[in-house]
Design a protein around this ligand. Structure first.
Ligand SMILES: N[C@@H](CCSC[C@H]1O[C@@H](n2cnc3c(=O)[nH]cnc32)[C@H](O)[C@@H]1O)C(=O)O
Ligand SMILES: [Zn+2]
Length: 426
């Protein structure tokens, strides 16, 4: 049995909304088996955590790992221009090896910001699954599905094959979920087909929802209703839904979502950068909606730094609502931890006995943790990814003192540079 003992730990108790000091944490195989004031046992590895702060490894609730090669390639554009004129033409030329290496680079960035689980929507997801398995992190991997411009049936064949080969692979670290890309790229019939497939998998579906004003206006013209209501009328909200963006929801739709098993994912950087707008985070929190937080892809953010996302996400809301009490640090932390576990269905996002051993360590000696007035505020407002030193996922150390132990970071950068040059010449 693999045993890791964390000694002298201060950790974020997310449920009690406080930091617990002076505990020992025992990890056996892939679970946290014991948390106690003193544990003396011969473990395979003992990590002295004095001077560190342990938090549940974060969940990046919405990203497109494979978009690294389009980083800084199409900026200062709105979503429609960005997608139609810049991204999709380049995406058409991507090979599955491009997507593999691009995803590996994103995975490394995620690891370095304390992320142990990613919720990723893209294609060539067999190779992305391989990358997740090699890296040691977890992934809910969703195949982005579209049919309006053709190829709907081929994508369904690919999705079914992917599920057969990869669902629950990597010691259960990989889950496969269908993802109709959006209401503007999927026909009604296709959405219904994908809902049926989702029901036959784990009953989960992933999509982009109400990202821009244009999406809402077009939906009103075409379907005489707003996007969330349209999907609910089709029956989608009878499934567990993870819905990226949710920027332009009506009050009625917010009420509807609060009654269903729907997790909106907050993507503040992407919504700011593509000028999509401000998601009604404060209203959704007040209605008890469980939110996740994500970076979106590296072509619309333009990085995979979830800690930066937490910082921006918390402060931008206050100015939008003109209410400094809105979206406090603890709520943002819950999106990245507790709710992350709930929306992915992994038993993580929390440091308690029997939870999966997914833990990130910060260096408490860092400038932003000085002085130690309020550590929950520090995690959201005054620290950054460089302070994350170690990451444990599934009971394995995958980053130690900022060195990734599972994959070769230098080789990944080399391959992404090399393949991007080739891609842009094609
Ligand atoms: N193009 C693929 C499948 C789509 S995967 C997910 C898609 O989402 C796109 N995407 C990335 N960010 C956003 C966003 O913010 N809104 C909508 N689409 C996005 C991304 O470029 C990608 O095409 C195929 O041919 O099968
Ligand atoms: Zn997206």
């Amino acid at each position: 049995m693999n045993m890791i003992l964390l000694k002298n730990v201060s950790y974020l108790n997310i449920e009690k909304e406080k930091i617990e000091d002076n505990y020992d944490i025992l990890i056996e195989n892939n679970k946290i088996s014991k948390i106690s004031s003193k544990i003396d046992i011969k473990a395979d590895k003992i990590i002295d955590c004095s001077g560190k702060l342990a938090v549940p490894a974060y969940t990046n609730g919405h990203t497109h790992l494979g978009m690294t090669m389009m980083r800084n390639l199409a900026d200062d554009l709105d979503l429609n221009t960005w997608l139609n004129e810049k991204i999709w033409p380049v995406e058409d030329k991507l090979t599955s090896e491009d997507i593999y290496w691009a995803s590996m680079l994103s995975i490394v960035e995620n690891i370095k910001s304390g992320v142990g689980t990613v919720y990723d929507m893209y294609y060539s997801m067999d190779r992305v699954s391989d990358g997740i398995i090699e890296s040691g992190i977890r992934g809910v991997l969703t195949r982005g599905m579209m049919d309006i411009s053709g190829g709907g049936d081929e994508r369904i064949d690919e999705l079914l094959e992917l599920y057969k080969n990869y669902h629950n692979s990597g010691n259960g670290r990989v889950k496969i979920v269908p993802a109709p890309h959006s209401i503007y790229t999927c026909s009604k019939e296709y959405l219904i087909k994908l809902m049926d497939i989702a029901a036959s998998f784990d009953g989960v579906i992933n999509t982009h929802l109400s990202e821009t004003k244009k999406e809402v206006e077009d939906c009103l013209k075409e379907h005489s209703t707003t996007p969330a209501k349209y999907l609910n009328d089709l029956g989608m909200f009878d499934l567990k839904v993870v819905a990226a963006h949710c920027v332009h929801l009506t009050d009625e739709e917010i009420d509807l979502i609060s009654e269903k098993d729907v997790y909106p994912i907050y993507n503040p950087s992407s919504n700011l950068k593509l000028a999509s707008g401000f998601a009604p985070i404060d209203e959704m929190l007040k209605k008890g909606i469980k939110l996740g937080i994500g970076t979106d892809g590296s072509s619309s953010n333009n990085n995979q730094d979830l800690i930066e996302e937490m910082h921006i996400g918390s402060i931008v809301n206050k100015a939008v609502t003109l209410d400094a009490t809105s979206v406090p640090a603890i709520e943002i932390l819950k999106m990245a931890t507790l709710n992350g576990g709930k929306l992915t269905g992994f038993n993580n996002g929390i440091i308690v006995e029997n939870a999966l051993a997914d833990i990130a360590l910060y260096d408490l000696n860092a400038l932003g943790f000085t002085p130690k007035n309020n550590m929950i505020s520090a995690l959201c407002y005054s620290t950054n990814s460089n302070y994350v030193t170690d990451l444990i996922v599934d009971g394995k150390v995958i980053m130690e003192n900022r060195e990734i132990l599972t994959v070769d970071e230098e080789k990944i950068k080399y391959e992404v540079n090399r393949l991007t040059e080739k891609l842009l010449k094609r």
